[in-house]
Design a protein around this ligand. Structure first.
Ligand code: AMP
Ligand code: MG
Length: 367
């Protein structure tokens, strides 16, 4: 395992299992994971949730995870300058009205750091705010940048659904490493199409290094297994993933793409980049994402997931078939939407996507 992957794992495990469970010894992980999934996720207090300017929710878990990952990376990555592009910033937490939530984050982070014992640090509230703000880098085409979504799929997290910690590394504008921690995703396939699995082990950690393939392992550290996208070449046998939230993707458009392609199975709707992980191990054949007009995609919502899929043999492009370009800063400049599938299905998928988009643009707008 490369040093970077180990660092990513340390960071991810630190953030999920030491922070959210915040009472921990490693041999209690199995028990505590159940606690995390069944208790903490459901018992998060209303006072632990804020609403961002775009009305999306952010919780103590998002902020705490960003603090812990940024601290762990800062400690472990000692060579060269450190740059991180991450979703959260401290602006809302600096308001007087956020005093209670900031106190809660500070307590949880410090408890976690003390229980874990790897780093002999206690953070002040100001230390918490500045650790969050280490994620303010603009990224770009040169140098190395860590890319973090501390809790991707916050709505799924709050609903008891899927969520992921997503961490990637950009080198000269290209994604070279990616890790997705998905605590609520079964380790076994969810290919029975309703998001559940016959296996009972929960939690999957996907990782990929450029040129070396993609792997999945359990969150307790089972031996990693190589993964690859499915080999389906007839859309009739394909299923497709999309966002659970209708506000995040146009379900009418994806339905029409699937129909044109000849897909017969109903959509599998799950939150977060867990979709990329599930696609990469062949649980489904296609991922369709078509945000409503005006939304700009962020690099932290796709960097880790995209490399896990491409290293598993898949293809990830925009609706015109262009590769995703992570070198443009915090945003992705994509045409209309993002699609992912295997190499066999991509040509017919692209054709159906373009036909469906054209048809939608020509349809009379409802008044
Ligand atoms: P998903 O789990 O597929 O619904 O995607 C979750 C991600 O969608 C979140 O992490 C957000 O960053 C992102 N998101 C937020 N608002 C929108 C929107 N209006 N359209 C598309 N994606 C969004
Ligand atoms: Mg996200």
């Amino acid at each position: 395992m490369s040093t970077y992957i180990r660092v990513l794992l340390i960071a991810l495990l630190a953030s999920f299992f030491r922070f959210l469970m915040h009472s921990c010894s490693w041999n209690l992980l199995l028990l505590l994971r159940v606690f995390l999934l069944q208790t903490v996720q459901q018992e998060i207090l209303q006072s632990d949730i804020q609403s961002k300017a775009d009305k999306s929710p952010v919780t103590v878990a998002d902020y705490g995870s960003q603090v812990l990952v940024s601290l762990a990376l800062n400690m472990e990555v000692t060579s060269g300058s450190f740059s991180m592009v991450a979703e959260e910033d401290s602006e809302d937490l600096r308001k007087d009205s956020a005093e209670e939530i900031l106190e809660h984050i500070t307590d949880l982070v410090n408890e976690t750091l003390a229980e874990d014992g790897s780093y002999n640090i206690t953070l002040s509230k100001e230390g918490i705010l500045s650790a969050i703000d280490t994620g303010k880098s603009e990224g770009g085409p040169s140098g190395r940048h860590w890319v973090l979504d501390p809790i991707d799929g916050t709505k799924g997290f709050l609903r008891g659904g899927q969520y992921a910690i997503a961490l990637a590394l950009l080198d000269e504008g290209k994604v070279v490493l990616g890790v997705l921690g998905c605590p609520n995703l079964p380790l076994a396939s969810i290919s029975n199409l309703n998001g559940s699995s016959s296996g009972d082990q929960m939690g999957a950690l996907f990782s990929a290094t450029v040129g070396c393939g993609a792997e999945v392992e359990s969150l307790e550290g089972s031996p990693p297994q190589k993964i690859s996208v499915c080999t389906i070449d007839n859309p009739v046998n394909a299923s497709f993933f999309e966002s659970y939230e209708g506000a995040h993707t146009m379900h009418d458009l994806t339905g029409s793409i699937a129909e044109k392609l000849g897909v017969q199975a109903p959509p599998v709707r799950i939150d977060s980049q867990a979709k990329y992980g599930a696609l990469a191990r062949g649980d489904g054949a296609i991922y369709l994402r078509f945000p409503h007009k005006g939304y700009k995609e962020k690099i932290w919502d796709h960097a880790a997931g995209a490399i896990v899929v491409t290293e598993a043999g898949g293809v990830v492009t925009d609706a015109s078939g262009n590769d995703l370009d992570f070198s443009k800063g915090r945003f992705l400049d994509v045409d209309t939407g993002i699609i992912a599938t295997n190499k066999q299905l991509m040509p017919s998928l692209l054709k159906s996507v373009q036909e469906a988009i054209k048809e939608k643009s020509q349809a009379p707008s409802p008044l």
